[in-house]
Design a protein around this ligand. Structure first.
Ligand code: KIV
Length: 253
């Protein structure tokens, strides 16, 4: 799709019913995000999500979808310590039906990514804001705002791709940096709060449907507004991503 210039529509998904609706709406990729810790379990961060919980939700999503690519988001603590530990967690995610795994991190993860991809595990990297590291980052903030931080992010993206990542997520960065990651990475980049110049877009499905309580983040659009069913809101999300009307300037940093 990226090669053909067809923008990729991705949403998080945690259960079979939403997976089926997303499939029917034409969503290309379903991410079983560790955001489930916040939107399903009501926790204040993603850190408490366990591998067993991720596997459970992955099985639910796989059961409900027949078309979309399903990616399992590896939880905090399951892949950072060693490539071998990452392999054990990732192999369980693939056995649960995921077709790819996602890991948060930069160049320090490159050896692990190479270890996994050499052993038949497709890997999606995740740069920019990495919610599993919010304690180090000092909160959920836009990343890559200085020239040095932007260059470091590009170096991380390149290292991950050189190690074998077939796709990258870039989260909460200035629009120009989102475009630069896409230009320099050489693989499809899916943005969230990274502007319209990435190969695709992802949102937490509860944000896209206006379910999440509180003030939405700047990069979120509620696709339920103007629509009277979840099915038509999801179709509107896919259409807006495909035609490039989402994200608009008001969603960018
Ligand atoms: O867990 C998640 O939902 C994610 C997306 C925000 C990219 O990682």
């Amino acid at each position: 799709m990226a090669r053909d210039g067809k923008r990729i529509a991705m949403l998080t998904c945690y259960d079979a019913s939403f997976a089926s609706l997303c499939d029917d709406a034409g969503v290309d990729i379903l991410l079983v995000g560790d955001s489930l810790g916040m939107v399903i379990q009501g926790q204040s961060s993603t850190l408490s999500v366990s591998l067993d919980e991720t596997l459970y939700h992955t099985r639910c999503v796989v059961a409900g979808s027949s078309r979309a690519l399903v990616i399992a988001d590896l939880p905090f603590g399951t892949y950072q310590a060693s490539a071998e530990a990452a392999y054990v967690a990732c192999s369980k995610a693939l056995q649960a039906g995921a077709q790819m795994v996602k890991l948060e991190g930069g160049a320090w993860l490159a050896d692990t990514v190479a270890f996994l991809t050499h052993r038949g595990i497709p890997v999606c990297g995740h740069v920019g804001l990495q919610p599993q590291s919010f304690n180090v980052l000092g909160g959920y903030r836009v990343q890559g705002k200085t020239a040095g931080a932007a260059d470091a992010m590009i170096a991380d993206a390149r290292a991950l791709v050189a190690a074998g990542c077939a796709m990258l997520i870039v989260e909460c960065v200035p629009r120009a940096l989102g475009a630069r990651v896409q230009r320099e990475a050489g693989v499809p980049v899916i943005g969230i709060g990274a502007g319209p110049d990435c190969a695709g877009q992802v949102l937490v499905i509860y944000d896209a449907l206006g379910i999440t309580p509180g003030k939405p983040a700047r990069f979120v659009r509620n696709f339920m507004s103007g629509h009277d069913s979840v099915a038509s809101a999801l179709a509107a999300y896919v259409a807006a991503v495909r035609e490039g009307s989402f994200p608009g300037p008001e969603h960018c940093f």
